[in-house]
Design a protein around this ligand. Structure first.
Ligand SMILES: *[C@@H]1O[C@H](CO)[C@@H](O)[C@H](O)[C@H]1NC(C)=O
Ligand SMILES: *[C@@H]1O[C@H](CO)[C@@H](O)[C@H](O)[C@H]1NC(C)=O
Ligand SMILES: *[C@@H]1O[C@H](CO)[C@@H](O)[C@H](O)[C@H]1NC(C)=O
Length: 305
């Protein structure tokens, strides 16, 4: 008797599993049907930084952006202000071109799962990046920092962005409710952290070089930018330059800091609020500015405006 009940329930379970797997594959054509509202908001929030990276890398490498290379991904949002082609060596240009296409894929991947929103107004002008550097050094650099001038300046400007996305994804994953969105964000995190590692490695290689015409080294620029992000985020130390005091390095035993991590070398996390405080440059999630003069889009960012 016991045996037959268990056989019956096993059969029923297998039937249910078959139905479920059949059901989910027929729904794969519109996966957002499976995605809870909470997850949709988190995924849409990510679009803000992905749009920014797509445009900055695409323009930097090719001198054109989404409007020329993937117009459907803009959903009609306005082109970014002040972005331009960077004066890059062929080696760095090739890397940035790869990053650009990776970001196009990220935008498409997110939008294949959630409706999303048009490209928000972004300011990627030299002035915006010069402002970041002035705020980081708490002084006016003369001449103003030009992100597009050469490899090293462009890599320093690039240092400003993917890491913020990375910490956001680390913060998002444990809060997500559906495996579909967890898988997506894990995939985004993997490549964003790879981009961050490449940028940091190229900067680490030049860590002790001066960033001409200034008297500061590459390592000093990274430390100042990281400190600024820590200050704006207002949640303690989550950001470190490529050379740190020994105590901040891996195991508290090494000054080289090609990857950022906590005491156990695990990635730091940030909330959408912390990210907005940083990318707005204002330290306030309800005060847009800097890279998003009209604010970021999606339900989370809009809820603060
Ligand atoms: C998928 O469904 C969502 C929610 O009903 C809808 O907003 C979205 O436009 C659909 N996407 C596609 C590609 O059909
Ligand atoms: C872009 O959108 C247009 C109009 O909706 C559509 O006809 C075209 O196939 C799309 N192209 C791509 C590459 O998705
Ligand atoms: C472009 O970068 C190279 C190498 O750093 C530099 O020598 C050159 O002056 C730069 N050109 C312009 C127009 O800034």
């Amino acid at each position: 008797m016991a045996l037959s009940i268990s056989t019956t329930s096993t059969t029923a379970l297998i039937t249910i599993l078959l139905l479920l797997s059949g059901g989910s594959s027929t729904m794969a054509s519109n996966e957002s049907i499976n995605i809870p509202k909470f997850d949709i908001d988190q995924l849409e929030f990510a679009l803000n930084l992905e749009y920014l990276e797509a445009e900055f890398f695409s323009w930097g490498a090719f001198g054109v952006g989404l409007d020329s290379l993937a117009p459907n991904l803009t959903m009609g949002g306005p082109p970014p202000i002040g972005v331009m082609k960077a004066n890059l060596s062929s080696f760095v240009r090739d890397i940035i071109a790869q990053f650009a296409f990776q970001e196009f894929g990220h935008l498409r991947a997110i939008k294949s799962r959630v409706k999303g929103f048009p490209r928000p107004q972004m300011d990627l002008s030299a002035v915006a990046f010069a402002t970041v550097m002035n705020n980081a050094f708490e002084m006016h650099l003369v001449p103003p920092f030009d992100p597009y001038a050469n490899d090293i300046n462009y890599l320093l400007a690039s240092y400003v962005i993917p890491y913020v996305g990375l910490t956001g994804y680390v913060g998002t994953i444990p809060k997500l409710q559906s495996p579909t969105s967890e898988r997506l964000v894990a995939g985004l995190l993997g490549v964003e952290s790879g981009q961050d590692a490449v940028i940091r490695t190229l900067l680490f290689q030049r860590a002790l070089s001066k960033v001409t015409p200034y008297s500061f080294t590459v390592a000093e620029f990274t430390s100042k930018i990281s400190k600024l992000r820590n200050d704006l985020g207002k949640r303690g130390l989550k950001d470190e330059g490529v050379i740190v005091p020994l105590v901040q390095g891996a195991e508290g035993r090494i000054a080289g800091n090609v990857l950022v991590g906590d005491q156990n070398s695990l990635s730091f996390d940030r909330t959408p609020e912390e990210i907005l405080r940083i990318v707005y440059g204002s330290g306030e999630e309800n005060k847009p500015g800097l890279f998003y003069p009209k604010g970021a889009d999606g339900r989370i960012a809009r809820s603060y405006l």
